[in-house]
Design a protein around this ligand. Structure first.
Ligand SMILES: C[S@@+](CC[C@H](N)C(=O)[O-])C[C@H]1O[C@@H](n2cnc3c(N)ncnc32)[C@H](O)[C@@H]1O
Length: 237
């Protein structure tokens, strides 16, 4: 471990506590302080993933994150968390910030990184991302040879979703949540429903896999993804 680094963005993987890297595990156990996001009124998912590896004696910083769409309240949350982390480091402590999956793959750690990296040495430790976990659990190889894979956020509008899907061979649609109905409509319109695979809470104890054509309703849990293989060399293996 580099002794100069005092802040880590620690990728702890997609849910199964065993899917943490050896490097992240060593840092998790050695850090003086463990920081993690948690909903304002509930248990922190990232902490529960890391918990089997934690001694329980480390200091903890809870980053209480409201599930809001607006930017500004969230910015205040990250300002406050960054100053708490900075204060711990100024007091001589090291801080590991727990990040679900990989910190720089749509991870909120980047907001802390933007605030802290100018004045402190911050190291990101990559983690197993949900993209890798979902592909593995679905037993669905993602891409071959020159296939293009696109990660598409579900909140995009219907027209953009369709354009992005039509422009790629393989798509991973993330942040499905309340956008499921819209996503199903677009996939049906482009004739891709039968090639779409839905997975929720990949590698967690309550993982669920359903062919999209069998999935009822217009909303899904936050931790869900749809992988669509429309075209390309991957279908010819
Ligand atoms: C804000 S992004 C964070 C991604 C995370 N940093 C990573 O490396 O996977 C959250 C989205 O990732 C996807 N996701 C994360 N973990 C997942 C899991 N265990 N199973 C299914 N989807 C997951 C979902 O689409 C979710 O809406």
């Amino acid at each position: 471990m580099n002794a100069n680094i005092k802040i880590w963005g620690l990728g702890i993987g997609p849910g199964d506590p065993d899917l943490i890297t050896v490097k992240a595990l060593k840092i998790l156990q050695a850090a003086d302080v463990i920081a993690y996001p948690a909903p304002a009124d509930g248990e922190s998912l990232v902490r529960s993933i890391a918990a089997p590896h934690m001694s329980g004696t480390q200091e903890e910083i809870v980053i209480a994150t409201p599930m809001v769409v607006e930017r500004h309240p969230a910015q205040d949350v990250y300002d406050k968390a960054a100053s708490e982390i900075a204060a711990a480091v100024d007091a001589g402590k090291s801080v590991a910030v727990l990040c679900e999956g990989d910190p720089f793959f749509y991870g909120s750690f980047m907001y802390l990184f933007a605030r802290l990296s100018e004045n402190y040495a911050v190291q990101v430790v990559p983690g197993v991302s949900s993209l890798a976990a979902c592909s593995a659990e679905l037993a669905l190889p993602l891409a071959a040879r020159n296939d293009v894979v696109t990660v598409i956020p579900g909140p995009l509008d219907e027209e953009t979703l369709e354009q992005q899907l039509m422009a790629t061979n393989v798509a991973a649609i993330i942040k499905v949540g309340r956008h499921l109905g819209k996503i199903k409509r677009v996939l049906e319109k482009i004739g891709a429903t039968d090639n779409a695979h839905y997975i929720e809470r990949a590698t967690m104890k309550n993982q669920k896999i359903v062919p999209l054509s069998d999935l009822n309703g217009d909303s899904a849990p936050y931790f869900s993804m749809i992988i669509v293989r429309r075209s390309g060399e991957i279908l010819e293996l």
